[in-house]
Design a protein around this ligand. Structure first.
Ligand SMILES: [Zn+2]
Ligand SMILES: [Zn+2]
Ligand SMILES: [Zn+2]
Length: 314
């Protein structure tokens, strides 16, 4: 859809850009903008992030969609690069002039004011040569209009035709509309930002121990739905590290996490706050999911690493 130049931004970079924004301007609303040659982008910390990358961030729960804006697109190829052409409704010619129009009522001649010669302050009709005496009685001034220089037709509104960069032409009522939401940063993103840093530390230290892992990994479940895993540890079997730390959305997140864990046939480490621990333990199978209760977030790297090692090692 909107590849081109903006396609350079990687998903992981989008997360970092959004995380940086969560620190600097947590209330910022991100609006879609059309950039020539790129498509629809959102400016995040000075970088143009394409709409499809923002959609992925929304699916990860990092962004919350707000109202949508619509953009005009070609109904045949979907291109947003459109230009407006004004044509003569009679001959479809594109050689138009815009001017103040005069109409001589008696003979019905209408033309731009420049074509009526003046004699002693009065207009002369170029068709019938009569003098135009009183406005509203002999002649009218309907205002601004257009004249086709090819067929000579005078009209109030030209035909508006749009054309895309692939040369498709269409009328304004045939236009297709593409909708893009504005976004605000989710409360999950703000927590995510800190946790992301801590999991990144855990990831580096696991690598020193010869264990590879991936941050924000996309993993396909049994239902063939894709899940975003904060830290996916490539042990055998793999271990996923997930967390529920947002007190405001605790209940909904707990349900989402349980659904996710049921859909994935893996061992899991679930990082939670102490007050959530009892509630969660009652709902999960301890064979598969280790609940890691952390009072201090800065303990996360150490605790995650020792849990990973205890699960991975025979
Ligand atoms: Zn087109
Ligand atoms: Zn014409
Ligand atoms: Zn006339």
């Amino acid at each position: 859809m909107d590849e081109a130049a903006g396609g350079e931004v990687k998903e992981a970079e989008v997360v970092m850009l959004l995380s940086a924004l969560a620190m600097e301007e947590p209330q910022r609303e991100l609006k879609p903008e059309y950039k020539a040659g790129v498509g629809v982008v959102y400016e995040v910390s000075g970088i143009n992030v394409p709409a499809d990358k923002m959609k992925i961030a929304e699916e990860k729960g990092l962004l919350e969609p707000l109202k949508e804006s619509s953009f005009a697109a070609c109904p045949r190829c979907g291109s947003l690069i459109l230009k407006i052409m004004l044509k003569c409704p009679n001959c479809q010619g594109q050689s138009l002039i815009k001017s103040d129009i005069l109409v001589h009522y008696e003979c019905g001649f209408s033309a731009p004011v420049e074509e009526f010669h003046q004699r002693e302050g009065r207009y002369l009709c170029p068709r019938c040569r009569k003098e135009l005496k009183r406005v509203g009685i002999d002649y009218g001034r309907p205002g601004i209009g257009f004249k086709c220089q090819i067929c000579g037709q005078v009209f109030q509104y030209p035909m508006v035709v749009l054309s895309c960069d692939n040369g498709h032409e269409f009328r304004i009522d045939e236009v297709e509309l593409k909708h893009y939401p504005s976004y605000r940063l989710s409360s999950q993103l703000k927590i995510m930002r800190r946790i992301y840093d801590l999991l990144s530390i855990a990831r580096t230290r696991l690598r020193f121990k010869g264990i590879e892992s991936e941050l924000l990994a996309k993993v396909k479940g049994k239902s063939s739905m894709n899940h975003i895993i904060p830290l996916f540890v490539r042990t055998n079997p793999p271990i996923i590290v997930d967390f529920i730390l947002d007190e405001k959305t605790f209940e909904t997140q707990m349900l989402q996490t349980l659904v996710k864990l049921m859909d994935l046939d893996v061992k899991a480490i679930l990082v939670v706050k102490p007050f959530m621990e009892d509630k969660i333990r009652r709902l999960i199978n301890p064979e598969r999911v280790r609940v890691l209760s952390v009072a201090n977030e800065y303990d996360i790297p150490d605790l995650v690493i020792s849990e990973v090692l205890s699960i991975a090692e025979p």
